[in-house]
Design a protein around this ligand. Structure first.
Ligand code: ZN
Ligand code: ZN
Length: 142
């Protein structure tokens, strides 16, 4: 989809715009994403945080130590609970936007699946996509 894009939470209390075009998506199958969505995980567009403007409302923030060991801030609507986006403590300049909150996400494709080792048996993973058992860019474990 060409920019600008618009989206928001289920109840409409939070609205945002995105000033970059989005084509490639990354699905995360980590347990935290499963818990936070109540589904197979999250589907995200990784965009520069500066390209996203909150047009209405203030998302609530829940911070958690992710499976990667890093602190992840998860932003959501405090009224209806919709997950909206997340940002790492160490790289706040990047935003993982929950793509289901866009008003129109046609023309986009999941090109990578991460944390496939914790994917549920009923989650669909396109065999043509890149697949990573964990975090593809995680810091090296000692
Ligand atoms: Zn809401
Ligand atoms: Zn995840």
């Amino acid at each position: 989809m060409p920019a600008p894009l618009s989206g928001g939470c289920l109840c409409g209390a939070i609205r945002y715009t995105v000033s970059v075009s989005i084509t490639e998506l990354r699905a995360c199958h980590c347990r935290d994403c499963q818990k936070s969505t109540g589904g197979a995980g999250t589907v995200n567009a990784v965009i520069p945080s500066a390209a996203m403007q909150i047009a209405k409302g203030t998302p609530k923030r829940y911070s958690v130590t992710a499976d990667s060991g890093r602190t992840l801030h998860r932003f959501f609507c405090g009224d209806c609970g919709s997950p909206l986006f997340s940002r790492r403590e160490t790289t706040p300049e990047n935003t993982a936007l929950r793509i289901g909150t866009l008003d129109d996400s046609s023309g986009m494709k999941i090109t990578a699946n991460i944390w496939t080792r914790s994917a549920r048996p009923w989650a669909y993973i396109d065999p043509a996509s890149q697949q990573f058992p964990g975090q593809p860019d995680a810091p090296a474990k000692k």
